[in-house]
Design a protein around this ligand. Structure first.
Ligand SMILES: Nc1ncnc2c1ncn2[C@@H]1O[C@H](COP(=O)(O)OP(=O)(O)O)[C@@H](O)[C@H]1O
Ligand SMILES: [Mg+2]
Length: 386
């Protein structure tokens, strides 16, 4: 007998009474799936999802009324709600799953109880496998220019991701020579660093002992306390450290120096996503464009790279259109300038996303944290096609 914790909670959007009744009957004799409610008006779906918190939404694609079935699915995605959606249709009206629709499964009527349970269980399992708390992703914050906000953004982004339920976040100070985070967070010189990682065999407990637990709630792998110690760390050590951290943390975020040394190349390689910070500054833009070519030559897929336009409200005499044509696209994320808050928070070694969560800059960073960690519409659609 399935326990109530493993019960799959289903919300049904169906305006044909006979179909709703058929599904009720199917679910009568079992306790694996719990039908929370049946809604016949597509306009009420989002409100009801927030109210009853289903694991799965099932929508009749042939739904009549002000909002049709596929529009319901689209609205749910647009509202930023991530949950698997199963659409019901008839064989004469096949549904094309487009990217971003996020529809996981299509179930054609008439279906048997077996088909029905299978679709629900498969959608639930696939979705769970994609959920942020079940995967580990690595992000490197890089810019081919100093002083553009890498360390500030890496720290605050890490903390914002750490605020998301179920995510364990570790921040690596990849600036091995001048560990910026040590200074930013006023870490005592005696605090352990990546140097304390044993080089022969690293176990999970060894790792836990060398991480700095910041009051902001995230763990940090610090850089060595002295400049000359950076040479003692090889790219292989870093590779090992990252692969171990992946077993413990859902998010590995890496702050980097400006130079493109072996360590940085290792970080870029190990990353799922590179967050390239740019500002309205012509050298930053030109160097970022040069790096884009380098990434292409290395063979990174184009969507591994995302641009974060920092101080986005400060065009500094540059035309935003020129920036877009230089990098060949709109920057994916914008973070505004807030000198007063940023400098004050940095000077105290605290993240502004916590000290002033309502500030526009904090909301920009928090939005980025959510966008980067949500299972993407494309990933969901891909799961649906499998
Ligand atoms: N969005 C922003 N608004 C205002 N000041 C910022 C912003 N981002 C960064 N800064 C400031 O810019 C300076 C450089 O930031 P930092 O994070 O150290 O850059 P990097 O790591 O790229 O060298 C710091 O003084 C920081 O306070
Ligand atoms: Mg820095």
């Amino acid at each position: 007998v399935a326990s109530s914790t493993s019960q799959i909670r289903l919300l049904l959007v169906e305006d044909v009474a006979q179909v709703a009744q058929y599904i009720r009957n199917l679910l009568n004799a079992q306790d694996q799936v719990k039908l929370l409610d049946v809604i016949s008006d597509g306009r009420k779906v989002i409100e009801q999802i927030r109210e009853v918190r289903p694991d799965i939404l099932m929508v009749d694609a042939l739904l009549q009324g002000k909002v049709n079935g596929l529009e319901v699915a689209e609205r749910v995605r647009q509202a930023g709600i991530n949950l698997p959606i199963i659409t019901l249709t008839v064989p004469q009206k096949p549904i094309k799953i487009g990217p971003g629709m996020g529809v996981v499964k299509v179930l054609a009527m008439p279906f048997s109880g077996f088909d029905f349970m299978n679709a629900i269980q498969a959608a639930n399992a696939e979705y769970k496998a994609l959920a942020p708390e079940n995967v580990s992703r690595t992000y490197t914050v890089y810019a081919p220019k100093g002083g553009v906000g890498k360390t500030t953004l890496a720290f605050n982004l890490a903390v914002a991701m750490g605020q998301i339920q179920g995510l364990k976040v570790v921040l690596i100070d990849g600036n091995l020579q001048f560990g910026d985070l040590r200074a930013l967070l006023r870490v005592p010189e005696s605090a352990p660093s990546v140097l304390q990682l044993p080089t022969d065999r690293i176990s999970e407990t060894d790792l836990q002992d060398v991480l700095w637990r910041d009051p902001s709630g995230i763990d940090i792998l610090l850089a060595p306390p002295r400049v000359e110690m950076a040479e003692m760390i090889t790219a292989r050590d870093l590779d090992k450290a990252i692969s171990l951290l992946k077993r413990i943390y859902n998010i590995i975020l890496i702050d980097t120096p400006t130079s493109l040394n072996d360590a940085v190349l290792e970080f870029l390689d190990a990353s799922d996503i590179i967050l390239n910070v740019i500002t309205f500054d012509s050298t930053t833009i030109a160097n970022s464009r040069a790096m884009q070519r380098t990434y292409q030559e290395i063979g990174y897929p184009p969507d591994k790279l995302r641009y974060v336009l920092n101080r986005s409200d400060w065009p500094a005499g540059l035309d935003p259109k020129d920036l877009v044509s230089s990098i060949g696209r709109q920057p994916e994320f914008l973070v505004i300038s807030d000198g007063r808050l940023v400098v004050e928070a940095n000077n105290q070694g605290i993240p502004f996303v916590l000290s002033d969560p309502n500030a526009k800059i904090s909301q920009d960073v928090t939005r980025m944290a959510h966008a980067l960690t949500a299972p993407s519409g494309a990933a969901l659609a891909a799961a649906g096609r499998r």
